[in-house]
Design a protein around this ligand. Structure first.
Ligand SMILES: NC(=O)N[C@H](N)C(=O)O
Length: 323
């Protein structure tokens, strides 16, 4: 588990910095019931990692680490943008308006395993071909939700419009069994990562997606199971914190001798952040730092030293207004 710094500002005690190794979900007090037993992909539990770091704890003690909401004034996070917007506008810093909600699905398609040379095309129940169709349908649905969503009680014009501007869907992981070049697979499993600013709109998309997926699988005579693995609602950053961070970012860019035409940009975050968990505890605000080429989740991710410095100056300017 990666050490995580949490900055908390308290009304009564003035500015204070606190750190925790447990991550923001723990600090916000929203750990699941058996948090210590959560495992990573290799089966290592949270408890194992804590033990390795000489920390013996129980579920009960873990919960006692959470903050009392009234003791926390707010939460501010600085993060690399992980996208191309700030580089495109030519500024080192931007203010985050909100963070998209997300859902992760695991889709399993089961067909009939067979010999690649002997089973005629018309007699196959091929889960790989079915998965390919499901994935292309997902792409169409997320590119053009308007063409798929019906205008009923759940989805009005406004909702579809706002969905269209923020909806993104990705299949990032796929595996098949038995995975041999001369075998029609018996099973294919893939993930779906689906994000949008509008939570109800995201639900409508998942509903439509499941319907379409089951229809495709039925037509192709393969079995299809969709498991919901993760959900997080969208978070809107606090307007007051955001406007203070905006002024602070402006001051920082000026202190760095930079030119700023107009205002510090305000951007939405498609990436998830600790602020999502902290929003259950307190108001949140975020600053983004420019990312080279907008590349992230790749070893090529890079941020300039000067931009990190600008972020430091911005947080300093922000703190100065609260001292
Ligand atoms: N900031 C991030 O990249 N957060 C998550 N890993 C995510 O958005 O998937």
């Amino acid at each position: 588990m990666v050490p995580l710094k949490v900055i908390a500002f308290s009304d009564e005690e003035g500015v204070r910095f606190q750190s925790t190794f447990l991550g923001s979900a723990a600090v916000a007090g929203i750990l699941p019931i058996s948090a210590l037993q959560i495992t990573d992909k290799s089966g290592v539990t949270v408890q194992d990692v804590l033990k390795e770091n000489s920390i013996e704890t129980t579920e009960e003690n873990l919960f006692q680490l959470k903050y009392a909401p009234e003791s926390v004034w707010g939460y501010v996070e600085i993060h690399i943008e992980q996208g191309p917007v700030l580089e495109w506008v030519g500024l080192p810093l931007g203010v985050v308006k909100g963070i998209a909600g997300q859902t992760r699905l695991k889709v399993t398609v089961k067909g009939s395993q067979g010999h690649a040379g002997t089973v005629p095309m018309s007699m196959r129940q091929d889960p790989m071909a079915a998965a390919a169709e499901l994935i292309v349908m997902l792409e169409s649905l997320c590119k053009r939700p308007k063409d798929f969503l019906t205008y009923d009680g759940h989805c009005n014009d406004f909702r579809v419009e706002s969905l269209s501007s923020s909806l993104v869907c990705t299949v990032g992981e796929i595996s098949c069994w038995p995975s041999a070049s001369n075998v029609i697979p018996g099973q294919v499993t893939f993930t779906v990562d689906l994000r949008a600013m509008d939570d109800m709109g995201r639900e409508a998309i998942i509903y439509e997606l499941s319907n379409q997926m089951y229809q495709i699988c039925e037509r192709r005579s393969v079995a299809c199971a969709i498991e919901r693995k993760h959900d997080a609602n969208a978070v809107i950053c606090d307007t007051e914190l955001s406007s203070q961070l905006k002024s602070a970012a402006y001051t920082a860019v000026k202190r760095m001798g930079g030119e700023i035409q107009g205002e510090v940009p305000v951007v939405m975050s498609g990436a998830g952040h600790d602020a999502m968990a902290m929003s259950h505890l307190t108001k949140v605000g975020m600053l983004f730092v420019r990312c080279r080429g907008g590349i992230s989740h790749s070893p090529a991710e890079h941020v300039l030293d000067d931009d990190v410095w600008a972020a430091g100056l911005a947080i300093l300017a922000f703190l100065e207004t609260h001292m």
